[in-house]
Design a protein around this ligand. Sequence first.
Ligand code: SF4
Ligand code: SF4
Length: 372
Amino acid sequence: MKIAPLIRELSLVRSPAFDMLIFFVTGRCNSRCRHCFYWRNLGAIYEGLSLEAIETISRTMPVFSTLLLSGGEPTLRMDLPQIVEIFKRNNQIQSVSVPTNGLRFEAIATLARQISELDTGLLVTFNVSIDGFAEIHDHIRGVSGAYDLAMKTLHALRQVALEYDNFRILVNTVICAENYDQIIDFAEYIKSSGLVDGHFFEIVRGDPPEDGMKAVPSAQLKAIYQKLVPLQETYLVSMGRRRRRGLLRVWRRIADVGNLINRYQHQWGVYSQGAIWDFPCLAGEGIGVIDYNGQLRICELRDQYVDLSDYQYNFAQAWNSEVIRQECATARTHVCDCTHTCFIGLGARQNFHARFLKAPWLYLLYKMGKGW
Ligand code: SF4
Ligand code: SF4
C-alpha cells in the first residue's frame, strides 16, 4: 500500500492557502428561476469578461486546485474551453466544475467534450440543476419544458462520461418552499435512473426574487437532510472507489460522510435556528469570487468588492487590497454565517476539530443509527 497519499490526506497543511475560484463567466441566463440568488445581476447585455482580461487575471493568480464556473448560465459562453485552458495552463487547476440549467443539451454536451479532452488529468464535473419532477421544476425555473430538456442533457452527458474517464455528472437540487415535499422521492428517482455520479442539495440562499421561496419548515428540512445521508453515501462510496485504495479509501468514506452530516447540521442550524458555525469562514483566504463584470469579492453573499479593472486585472494586487483584507477579517467573526456549501466545506476541511474529531464522531453515530 502506498503511504504517501494517506500522509498527504491527513496532513493539516494539505493545500495552498488559495484553493478555489468561483468565477461568474457571464450575467446572461436563459432561465428565470424563482429561487435565484443572482437574479439582480442577470441581463442579456452582461456578456462577461474578455479572454484577454481573463488571461491577465489568471496569470496574476497563484496555483490553485478548483475552478467553479458559474453565471448566469455559463454554457451560454461557447469559449468556455478556452477559459478552462487558461486556468489549467497558468494555475495548474486539478478540477473544474460547471453548473448548468440544462436547457441546451447539444451545446452543453459539446462543451463537456471539449473541456474533457483538454487534459485527461483534469477532473471535469458538469452539475445539472434539477429541482424536482417536471411540473414543479418548470414552475420554479420559469421555463416550460425545462425538465424534459434537463433530462435530455443528462442523457447527452452520460454519453460523454462513457467517452472520458475524467468526466462526471452531478445533479444539483435547490431545496425551497415549492419542492421540499418531493425532495426524497425525486432523489430516489434520480438515483434509480443510473444517469449520474452524484446528487447534491442546497437550501435556497441569499435574497431570491420571491420571498416565499425560503419558507421551508424547520422540522421537514431536518427530516429531509437525515433521509438524504444514506442516499448520498452510496454516491460518495462509489466516487471514492474510483479514485482511492486501501486505508485512504476507508478514511475518505468516514470523512466524506461525516463531513456531509456536519454540513447538513450547520445548514439546518443556520437556516432554521439562527445558529453560527463552529469554525471560522475562510472566504477571502481559501476561496475568492469574481463576478461577470470583474468585481472581486470574498463570497457571493457579501456586498463589498473591488473592481479588477481598477487594478488592470491584476488579481494579486486586488486580492491584497484593504477592502478584501477587511472583508476576510469580518468573515471570520461569524457576523454573516450562511448556508453556502463551498464555504462550510472549506472551513470544516481546514479546521482540526471539525475534520479529525467531529466528522468521524458523526459518522460513528450515524452508523449506530443515532439521529441528530
Ligand atoms: S439560478 Fe442559475 S439558471 Fe436560474 S436564473 Fe439564476 S443564474 Fe439562471
Ligand atoms: S459566512 Fe457566508 S456570507 Fe459570510 S463571508 Fe462566509 S460565505 Fe460569505
